[in-house]
Design a protein around this ligand. Sequence first.
Ligand code: SR1
Ligand code: MG
Length: 412
Amino acid sequence: MARFDAYFLMKPADAAAYAKEKLAYFDREADLQFTEIGDGNLNYIFRIVDARGRRSLVIKQAGHTARISDEFKLSLDRNRIEYDILKLERELAPGLVPEVYGFDPVMNCCAMEDLSDHLIMRQALLERREYPLFAEHITTFMVNTLLLTSDAVLDHKRKKALVGSFINPDLCEITEDLVYTEPFNDVKLRNLPFGPNLEFIKRELYEDEALLLESAKLKFDFLTHAQCLVHGDLHTGSIFVRPDSTKVIDPEFAFYGPAGYDVGNVVANLIFAWVNADTTMPAGRAREAFSGYLARTLEEVVDLFISKWRRLWDEKVTETVARYRGFAAWYLDGVLEDTAGVTGLELCRRIVGIAHVKDITSIAEPARRLRAERLCLSLAKRCIRERASLKTGRDYLELLKWAAGNYPRGEA
Ligand code: SR1
Ligand code: MG
């Protein structure tokens, strides 16, 4: 029996052997270097390099459980979903996703372009690097992948076939629990709130019945609204950046859901970066410049998303009734309302739930972290409650200003 004819979880050396034996990518004699570079919550990522031949690739393999905790038992099918979605997204949004070289349904791994000339955006923003083209790139990615997979554009039978191919129950369940349910309930074994904020979280989230009701409405939107093929996990850890390039990775949570799920994730994670800069950078020009850059990016993401969506809608919509007067505006309004709701949910869950973000956890001084978390949670509540009225980039900037005003830094 050949070595890779039955599934097992590879070690880096296995991945290099796999690359030689199963992928016609490296010379048989190549002297390969290999490392595991994954820092996500779910999978194993191997980088294989032939330094002499100047070739490299990445192999991503799915395990039966999540890296973050064995408690999450996950279908290996997520690797097939990821591979198929990356191919589809490359067609819809050329240049904005990595190239994929192959998928192996036995080993449940896929091989793809090595993006090590890019940086993971969350880390890059923590290093205070700026990406002036990011808003332009990410809005093209979102508008193309979302609108062009919706019933407004696609033949409805083709759309239903895609819904069928991308049924993703295990990963959707993670989102249903981690994003929509647990942050609003005192789930002792799963939530990981920062101790000094326990009382605040109890009062402001667990005991706020009006907020619970809104989170329930949003959960049912996520469960039932098969609107577009969403990426499903579009935070700044799923985006590689270079000043001249943006690549979206990790679409294993993809399924047919509300378009605003993706846009809200991008907005919320820019807010985390902004809150980190606002909380940890010393007062002065550098902070003004960097938080100004992040605020501008946030504003551009929302406003460019809207203008590009409208433009592409006019060009591409095929459904007759979607051309009725007023329909386009009603549809986009719904996407923006979901965007605001999801922004609020993502802000809550990364603070209260099991999957935190470094933008917040790296804030070493307890008083500063306390402030950063409260700022995010109070913003989150307004995004959820007032989601029907958040319609422009400026609306989000007003909220940032309001939240920062409510929690002064206490500097002299
Ligand atoms: C158990 S997985 C936790 C989180 O990591 C992924 O990146 C998703 O964001 C998920 O919610
Ligand atoms: Mg991921």
